[in-house]
Design a binder for this molecule. Sequence first.
Ligand code: F6P
Length: 351
Amino acid sequence: MAKRIAILTGGGDCPGLNPAIRGVVLRAAQEGIECLGLRRGWLGAINADAIALTPNDVAEIVGKGGTMLGSSRTNPFKREGGAEAVLETFKKLNLDALVACGGEDTLGVAARLYEEHGANIVGVPKTMDNDLSATDYTFGLDTATTHAVEALERLRDTGRSHGRVMVLEVMGRLAGWVSLFAGIAGPADYACLPERTVDVADMVAKVKAAHALRGTALVVASEAIQLPGEGGGEKELDEFGHEILKDRGVADRLTAVLKKHTNLEIRSAVIGHIQRGGPPTLFDRILATRVGVKAAELVISGDFGKMVALKGNSVVPVSLKEATATLKTVTPEWLELLDTVTALQKKPAAD
Ligand code: F6P
């Protein structure tokens, strides 16, 4: 059985990483396994940059946002000798296994290190984007979307006071889960998702109707949406070849479109990284704890090359390779639900 293992957190941080770390450390400690933390994701794995992680170190982190280990978007396979350096770190630190907490990118590296080099790795899914296909939900989404919902509620108050339309831009990369759930739960009068091109006529009709009925209208939009006629242009890419979506100006672009088609006063807000900070919600604390504990159990049983997935109400192992093969985007069933709750509302006919 493993005697010494390491944990790392890679990619964009999200609330729930600390409870997940705690889960791994406390379950490992029950079996007498020592834990180290690698700092700043795969960068720490390349540089053997490690700290000790005792049960005492993690005793009070369950309610803290971010990650006590730090994070980065480092891709060892994009750096000369990077993958070999990670394998060397296993030897240098005398590691029997590694638990990698991350999204598609971090776990994609984990999958390759397992498949191509036989490294003893287990994955823990995290991301506020909820875009990992093998798991029903990732921790981080609930907290981030709760913040987006709160932002909509605040925008509604000020929007109504001034009779304005309010536009909120949220993160989520190429999957529209944050926009979808904020749109349903906010609620917004219109939600724009990357999964479908914005139907300007539909959006304008709903915004006008909501404003006429209730004195304000709310639109939530994912950072990655395309507006009709848009596309192309220079893209800044990260080490994983993904477009860095910051500064795309979605809120402003959408505001311009709405201004063109209405006579209404419009203001916009970008919630940005505020979504990703702060204490994890109860749901995220519990899910993160469960997947962290389960990851330690996979290490204990030597079940490597797996990611812990939430399926229904169970946490189960799935292959890391499969888990990182496709992106989970919003399905037509969810879009139908969104359309039901944002359906065009009309003034009741006068008697
Ligand atoms: O992947 C998580 C995420 O928050 C995305 O929703 C967003 O596009 C991106 O990270 C922002 O990345 P960064 O923190 O590097 O600006």
